[in-house]
Design a protein around this ligand. Sequence first.
Ligand SMILES: [Fe+2]
Length: 134
Amino acid sequence: MEIIQWSEKYSVGIKKIDNQHKGIVVLINELFNLMSQGKAKDSMNEIFNQLTDYTKKHFYTEEAMLIKFAYYDYTQHKEEHKKFISKLTDLHKDFDKGKVTISIEILNFLKDWLINHILISDNKYAPFILKQDF
Ligand SMILES: [Fe+2]
């Protein structure tokens, strides 16, 4: 089962970035499956760690690319990443302490953030990068 179905409409036209976005989708779907199956906290914790690490890695890739191509809205873009990582880290801490369980609301939040970020913010830098003969 998938909470997010990857669609070509989410493509930013840059293969490396699309592949990383797909990787994030896979991890969110995996969390969704673990939650649906009522799996133990430990296995969810592991995927949560992977999701945080992978997302950080992806943001670094994107930010390095934006710097390289002197993207005019770099600061704002980086800020969005920073806010998301801090939200993800807080969620993970609360989950670890048993303050929250992974719920459909949390998964919907992750899904909505990712899709909105791709469709609006990533799609804003994409043409700027692509026109520079990426
Ligand atoms: Fe981004």
